[in-house]
Design a protein around this ligand. Structure first.
Ligand SMILES: Nc1ncnc2c1ncn2[C@@H]1O[C@H](COP(=O)(O)OP(=O)(O)O)[C@@H](O)[C@H]1O
Ligand SMILES: [Mg+2]
Length: 262
């Protein structure tokens, strides 16, 4: 089964989409959610999952240790590619203290910014790249990677080990421009990709679609603006209980088509 990377503008609904997909796909198989956003802290609440005891960064000795490996790689090959995990690591091989799950859905966290003056998030990017490059998934398993806003993870090669990229666009000009840019980066990397429109209110849908069509982009799915999702987020409640309607199931069908499963 595939590894999917979810990208888009900040606030477009990347984490929401990851949580909705995890719930949906968790009914069919096992889902590993990878929190590769070094800043935001809300994904666990959306998933109703406690943070694992350790991030993968903690497990590998902390950021200074990972940064040192990264610097050594840069001094050597000039590439940020660092081997931090055994080749062909399976989900079952992951250290238990780095995973927390409820049976069908589990998550791991790459690492978070914890302290003032600790430096940039480059080590997180290098770690995520190495992890996803080495992670192999079984036939009943899905991996969903939630990313930080924007396109830095493209520059860091985090997408190298994934099978496809989902690009989330909300009704905003900046979101459209970012998706356009991200598509060109997916093409450069040779990655399959699909665009998902989110938070769409009726009047905005044709406008958003037209703006994308002018750039040669067609959406694979449209998720409406849902007051229930917005309220759940305000109250800090998980996204469960069918907060999104049939649109998410339709999107799952499209994603399976994208990655060649149907
Ligand atoms: N379909 C939707 N309907 C209503 N609110 C949504 C929807 N998708 C996301 N939101 C809200 O938008 C905000 C940003 O969503 P989030 O998933 O955190 O974005 P991102 O991860 O891209 O930064 C949250 O308050 C979330 O509840
Ligand atoms: Mg997020």
């Amino acid at each position: 089964m595939p590894k999917l990377l979810v990208c888009g503008r900040g606030g477009s609904g990347k984490s929401t989409l990851v949580a909705l997909l995890a719930q949906c796909l968790g009914e069919e198989g096992k889902v590993l959610v990878v929190d590769a956003d070094e800043s935001n802290l809300g994904l666990g609440t959306m998933l109703r999952l406690q943070p694992p005891e350790k991030t993968l960064m903690d497990y590998l000795g902390g950021k200074p240790a990972v940064r040192e490996k990264l610097m050594a790689a840069l001094r050597g090959s000039g590439d940020e590619k660092v081997q931090m995990f055994a080749e062909k690591t399976t989900i079952d091989d992951l250290p238990p203290e780095c995973m927390y799950g409820n049976g069908q859905v589990a998550w791991v966290r790459i690492g978070k910014i914890e302290h003032v003056m600790e430096g940039c998030a480059c080590p997180m990017g290098a770690l995520a790249r190495s992890f996803l490059n080495n992670l192999i998934v079984g036939k009943d398993e899905w991996v969903l990677v939630d990313t930080e806003a924007g396109v830095e993870h493209f520059g860091r090669g985090v997408l190298e080990g994934v099978d496809a990229v989902l690009l989330v666009a909300e009704p905003s000009h900046e979101s459209v421009v970012l998706v356009d840019k991200a598509i060109s980066l997916c093409r450069e990397a040779g990655k399959r990709h699909a665009v998902v429109l989110n938070k769409v209110v009726e009047e905005a849908e044709p406008v958003l679609k037209k703006m994308l069509a002018e750039r040669g982009v067609e959406a694979s799915g449209v998720l409406p603006y849902s007051p229930a999702i917005s309220w759940a987020n305000l109250w800090g409640e998980p996204l469960e209980g069918g907060l999104m309607g049939s649109e998410i199931n339709a999107l799952v069908g499209k994603i399976k088509g994208l990655v060649g499963l149907i």
